[in-house]
Design a protein around this ligand. Structure first.
Ligand code: AMP
Length: 205
């Protein structure tokens, strides 16, 4: 199988080539088609499987159509390192698309993040605590989010982020596509998926 069969926009196909990807990984083969169809998804996969591109490529594809300059995709991750990795992957794969991504996490000053958000980005990669700070200050508008990714959900749960996630979910449109990735499926995560995903497709690697 090759990436050509997914029929990505030529500008995204160019990003895939520039990243040096030729053959999709198993999670990409299984997850990309349902995500492109707009389905909710549970991805049981660890880091190193190619899961980032599995959600990033369909997000880029959808964002090629429709308005720019507003946040339409939100990716929530447990750590700043993971947030930066996801942002870097999106920047690389989306290099020809002119779509823009911003990172939001604590431990660094707020102002540069607020300034970047004000420039109008379509994708935000965020850690929960800082995202809630920005929401509290009305420095970010999530009312146009069409796609939500919860990445490494089990780790977010272990780190005690579940209440924060629930607070963030309240600020998002109910009508959206939700994707949850987790290496394991403890009961609390399973319960969360039952609450927030609609008829999800489960992909397990
Ligand atoms: P991830 O699991 O998303 O952290 O990805 C692990 C690594 O695999 C990253 O360095 C990606 O750039 C790389 N990668 C993802 N998909 C592919 C692919 N289809 N072909 C080659 N490398 C890939």
């Amino acid at each position: 199988m090759s990436f050509v069969s997914f029929d990505f926009h030529p500008r995204i196909a160019a990003g895939i080539r520039a990243a040096g990807y030729t053959v999709p990984t198993p999670i990409q083969t299984q997850a990309i088609p349902p995500i492109l169809q707009g389905r909710d998804i549970i991805g049981l996969a660890q880091t190193g499987t190619g899961k980032t591109a599995a959600f990033a490529l369909p997000i880029l594809q959808r964002l090629m159509q429709g308005p720019r300059g507003r946040v339409r995709a939100l990716i929530v991750a447990p750590t700043r390192e993971l947030a930066e990795q996801i942002h870097d992957a999106i920047t690389e794969l989306g290099r020809e698309t002119r779509l823009r991504s911003a990172t939001v996490y604590g431990g660094v000053s707020l102002q540069p993040q607020i300034a970047r958000l004000r420039t109008g980005v379509e994708i935000v990669v965020a850690c929960p605590g800082r995202l809630l700070d920005l929401l509290g200050q009305r420095a970010i508008d999530l009312s146009h989010v069409e796609m939500l990714v919860l990445d490494e959900a089990d780790r977010m749960f272990d780190m005690g982020f579940l209440p924060d996630i629930r607070r963030i979910l309240k600020q998002l449109p109910a009508e959206r596509q939700t994707m949850l990735f987790s290496a394991t499926m403890p009961d609390d995560i399973r319960q969360l998926t039952a609450e927030i995903l609609r008829r999800p497709v489960t992909v397990q690697i």
